[in-house]
Design a protein around this ligand. Sequence first.
Ligand SMILES: Cc1ncc(COP(=O)(O)O)c(C=O)c1O
Length: 391
Amino acid sequence: MHDSNKDEAEKSQVAPAFDEPLYVNRPVAVNKPGFLSRFDKIWDAHWFTNDGPMVQELEQALADYLGVKHCVLASNGTAAMGLLIDALELGGEVILPAFTFVSTAHLLTLRKVMPVFADICPNGHDLSVEHCRALITDRTSAIIATHIWGRPAQIQDLQALCDKAGIPLIFDAAHAFGARSGGQMLGRFGRAEVFSFHATKLFHTFEGGAVTTPDDSLADRLRKFRNFGFTEYDQVDCIGTNAKMSEVHAAMGLANLETIDEILAQTKNVYDAYDDGLRSIKGLELVGPRAKAETNHYYIPVLVDEAKFGMTRDELVARLHEQNVLVRRYFYPGTHQLAPYKTGEGHEHRLPATDQVSSRIVVFPGGASLTVPDVSRLCELLERMQSHNAP
Ligand SMILES: Cc1ncc(COP(=O)(O)O)c(C=O)c1O
């Protein structure tokens, strides 16, 4: 056999470092009895959707937990953001980061609102307040900032900017359940915040989402909008859609909320294990939060320095996938580089920090489904990769 073929054959026979795949944010499944007992109640009550008792209980429980007056549940985070955009009647232009999930740009574009992409801070990867300031025009109707990596955006500075411009500040808090700012839970800031409770999020309802807000009339409008504009039987007050959460989804949320302290504690253990393990590996930098206590510890964003690590970000991703470590390139490319936005007129395309970070970022498996020994083994693997490859 030719030598290189032999090498290839040998390589393919080597077992991966992990028998089971390690996923980025594998869904948490810790409270089966809590879910099944609620499922039995739903079954017996024959009330499966349409603002049922589980949805009402979860809305109150989440509002209490987050310390905000209203929590309006929705079928998913994107639907929740859509309800909010409609309820606030946003038009013209909306400023948002390109370094985030694509859903908000799509929602705006579908509604003929221009998404105006602002750059991020190279350190925390959150929205640059300075760039937002430069992008505000008399057509700007809102800023939608993401609490990226489960850490707060620069809330006070963004609020001051929006107050001056007379526009609402909205937060995409999809990543940020359980994170805080100034000791207070995220969910109570700006005009409203939007959560995703997708199965891969720290707190989930299988699929789901919510808008949280202190504003009574906004909450009222959101509730109407999510149920076709109905206010009574046979009475439709406004245009609306179907963005309701079902009872089974809410039951999963209640079961997960019962164990949230446990989930947050294990998530932190996993984060701390990465923090320790990655510290000594040249060329891999765990992107830390501004203030340690403010993160929910769920995301493990790592920047790869090719020169020091000895391989590119993409080579590292491919090598780790071979080992059953299914790291992801979030958010790559930035939304401004995706096909629907790349050539669009008016879209901001000079986003140097976004481009730089999205070409070097890799997100590692994190959260309560992982164990500390898994993280230690993974860091040892990375250390070996670095020492074999570094120049
Ligand atoms: C930052 C961000 N915003 C919005 C969303 C959309 O949430 P959903 O998947 O619940 O519609 C996601 C999720 O996947 C996200 O990560």
